[in-house]
Ligand binder design. Sequence first.
Ligand code: ADP
Length: 160
Amino acid sequence: MQQIVVYPGSFDPVTNGHLDIIKRSAQIFDQVIVAVFKNPQKQPLFTMEERVDLLKEVTKELDNVSVDSFSGLTMDYVRSKKAIAIIRGLRAVSDFEGEFQMALLNKELNREVETIFFMTDIKYAYLSSSAVKEVAQFGGNIDGLVPDLVKKALKEKYAL
Ligand code: ADP
């Protein structure tokens, strides 16, 4: 049986930290679905379509990675894809609390699906989409933090 996993997130926009997690998951599992979710609590900079397009472009060389979007419960989406696990990344201790809560809640919703955590690469330990946006909006240097395509898209958004 194919081992399918779902990597859900806002990806507003995708960073090299996300990309690192995607590549590492793709080396372990048969199929990785990167799934952009509609988070009603967050006001995104990039539209859902833009986030999906950027992800598709930066993962196009990875044969077993696909990009999708969803709204509603992550677990419902995971079930519909017949995935065996949810992939999440961990950076600092500050990520732990929320991720711990979410993983336990998801386990409650479906005992058959695991949440698997990838520890960040030390290079990306302080990297987040929000940090990138903060630096980019004031014209700061984001080389090495995001793929070139994302850098260009950020420049256009902030009309730099
Ligand atoms: P969310 O709104 O779900 O937190 P994000 O797009 O911010 O969505 O992140 C998606 C997942 O990727 C989360 O599990 C987050 O911890 C992880 N992640 C984000 N940035 C990094 C990074 N630099 N290194 C490792 N994991 C990361």
